[in-house]
Ligand binder design. Sequence first.
Ligand code: HEC
Ligand code: HEC
Length: 188
Amino acid sequence: MFTRLLSTIFCAGVGFAVMAVPAHAADDIEAKAQTCATCHGQNGVPIDPKTIPIIWGQQQSYLVKQLHDYRSGDRDNPIMSPIAKGLAQEDLRKIAAYFAAKSWPAQHAAATSASPPKGIAQCQRCHQPNFEGGPPAPRLAGLSYEYLIASMRGFAADERTNNGDMPKFMQALTDSERDAMARYLSAL
Ligand code: HEC
Ligand code: HEC
């Protein structure tokens, strides 16, 4: 009788544990993603968009690569490098998938419908005609002017070297051409 009771409890316990596994794995990523929300925002709008990029709805393959690059040191940043190093290797893809599946946050409609600046057509080959990105290139449309110009300058100055093409493209532009592109892209 006692053994039967024990085995009932045991079986119920196992059944519960098995059923709970998928939910628990999802909760786990959800919980890890909460850390990111401190800066990247609860609703996808970063707490300081000038220095912190939007990651909700960003291209998944790009997010995975950036997390790898921050971990390996190929992309160096005093804030993100230690955070990425603290993540488990097997979580990078899951965290990237979690954020890529979210919707890009709606923008306060910027009133500009400025014509595309000179030379920006060459960027569409990789960043796509609507600048929403496609593997391996990230979405640029709607990132802040300040973040875009800082990324572009970083490539131009060989400070950000985690891509072979982008430094050359950015070095071929003048400061004012990069500025016009960043303004245009941030208003999309
Ligand atoms: C303390 C603030 C902070 C926290 C917490 C944080 N980030 Fe970041 N994140 C930043 C900043 C600042 C940058 C820009 C760094 C740079 O310029 O390289 C950034 C950049 C990124 C990028 C690069 C995006 C792009 O467009 O290039 C990814 C991906 C990213 N973070 C993912 C995450 C994930 C995933 C987490 C949670 C595990 C997280 N971040 C937590 C501040 C933070
Ligand atoms: C040959 C393809 C290609 C072309 C052309 C190209 N890019 Fe890129 N761009 C990429 C890739 C790939 C990345 C991601 C690099 C990495 O892994 O960090 C990138 C990254 C960027 C980033 C960093 C975004 C972020 O979230 O940090 C900016 C800004 C950018 N490109 C702007 C431009 C502009 C402006 C042009 C046109 C003058 C351009 N790119 C042309 C492929 C391209």
